[in-house]
Write a protein that binds this ligand. Structure first.
Ligand SMILES: NC(=O)c1ccc[n+]([C@@H]2O[C@H](COP(=O)([O-])OP(=O)(O)OC[C@H]3O[C@@H](n4cnc5c(N)ncnc54)[C@H](O)[C@@H]3O)[C@@H](O)[C@H]2O)c1
Length: 380
């Protein structure tokens, strides 16, 4: 672990995330496959238990990386839906600090899934597996540590897939990233086309580990018969965030620096780079909906087409927080691809009426600000 960033408090890095050529199962048409399951309309009394969901209720669901940003929202949603949650994490980045309420509501299996046996044991008994564990940091760290980002994430992903194959859950979902896309590809980034070219430069090693995860998942799915969906989230943000100094992700880092009183705010690159941002809770809900509805035969984008520039983002944050701040752009720092916009037609077509983003960017930023102020009240 020596060189890895560790959760701590501390400039802005913007972090984010096709299968190579024709992968097995690649079809020209968007496809969500139904799995052998009952997809029933909830009985009327279900409306009396609005947090319960007939699909996950009573089911054993394992989440690797459950203490992380997305994993913590996923576990909370699963608990709210009555699932028996197995939360797996090694606490290398995630922590219980901001989600203590989950303790006692989940079965915690502390495990480092870089160890193959620990990985297999950790998901034992699960009917559904969501694999989220990874080491992902801001572009500053990522672009200087490509080999380690590749090696470690590939190892963890391989172990997670082995654990899925060994335990044979009814279904699994593994998390890739928009970093698999090239810097030069078309905008918006489409999941309906195979990708040709290298993954985005600032996340070269991490992007390759994710591409290989996608490919392995498709092959495993074919060979084991276990439906394994692959999602490619774009930029996810939200409360519960465990800061890792300079290697933290954009929105949590910008919120912290703004509310901690930094002025002028220094932002990396030109500040004109555009991203789409999804709140972690929306990301978690969509993942749950995918598994509930069936499974994707190939990777699917989990992101929006509309984008906002980093400068605009900081301005919105400052407005919402009621803080006046000056912006300075540090052009010596990396900024990644100019526009990262997601084509979400495949996702929308598959989820149909069940598809929606519940949390707008404005609302999500407000949640972030309120949470930061409540959690670190001495800084407000
Ligand atoms: N957050 C984003 O913007 C984003 C975008 C695209 C893809 N993703 C992917 O989504 C997934 C979840 O992302 P996140 O933002 O919640 O990440 P995160 O860093 O907040 O959480 C990852 C969790 O995995 C745990 N972990 C790391 N190595 C482990 C190991 N060897 N064994 C067990 N646990 C381990 C960490 O402690 C942490 O709690 C990751 O696979 C990430 O690559 C995230």
């Amino acid at each position: 672990m020596g060189r890895w960033p560790v959760p701590a408090t501390g400039s802005v890095a913007v972090s984010d995330s096709d299968p190579p050529d024709e992968p097995p199962g690649f079809t020209a048409e968007p496809a969500v496959k139904p799995v052998a399951k009952e997809f029933t309309v909830s009985p009327p009394e279900a409306s009396l238990r609005p947090l319960m969901n007939s699909f996950y209720e009573g089911k054993k669901v394992a989440v690797t990386g459950g203490l992380g940003l997305i994993g913590s929202f996923l576990c909370e949603e699963l608990v709210a839906r009555g699932a028996q949650v197995i939360l797996i994490d090694d606490e290398s980045k995630g922590s219980w600090k901001y989600i203590g309420g989950l303790k006692g509501q989940v079965e915690y299996r502390q495990a480092d899934i870089a160890d193959p046996k620990a990985a297999v044991d950790s998901v034992a008994g699960a009917e559904y597996v969501f694999h989220l564990a990874s080491r992902a940091y801001g572009v500053g760290f990522s672009q200087k540590n490509n080999f380690e980002m590749f090696r470690f994430n590939d190892l963890v992903n391989t172990n997670a897939l082995d654990a899925i194959a060994a335990n044979k859950p009814q279904q699994a979902l593994v998390v890739s990233s928009s970093c698999v896309y090239t810097d030069e590809g078309p905008t918006p980034m489409s999941d309906c086309q195979p990708i040709s070219g290298e993954p985005e430069r600032v996340n070269w090693g991490y992007g390759w580990a994710k591409r290989i995860l996608e490919q392995k998942a498709l092959i495993y799915q074919k060979e084991t018969g276990i439906p394994i969906s692959v999602v490619r989230p774009f930029n996810i943000y939200g409360e519960h965030y465990n800061w890792v100094g300079d290697s933290s992700q954009a929105i949590p880092m910008l919120t912290k620096r703004l509310l901690d009183g930094e002025n002028p705010m220094v932002i990396w690159g030109t500040g004109n780079q555009r991203r789409n941002y999804i709140h972690g809770l929306d990301c978690a809900r969509i993942m749950l909906q995918i598994v509930e509805n069936g499974y994707f035969e190939r990777p699917v984008n989990l992101g929006r087409e509309e984008t906002v520039s980093v400068k605009e983002l900081v301005q919105r944050l400052a407005e919402l927080a009621g803080i006046k701040t000056e912006l300075v752009c540090d052009r010596t720092k990396p900024e990644g691809r100019f526009i990262k916009s997601a084509d979400s037609k495949l996702l929308m077509a598959a989820l149909g009426d069940n598809f929606d983003w519940k949390i707008s960017l404005g609302e999500g930023l407000k949640r972030m600000i309120d949470w930061y102020r409540q959690t670190f009240s001495d800084k407000s």
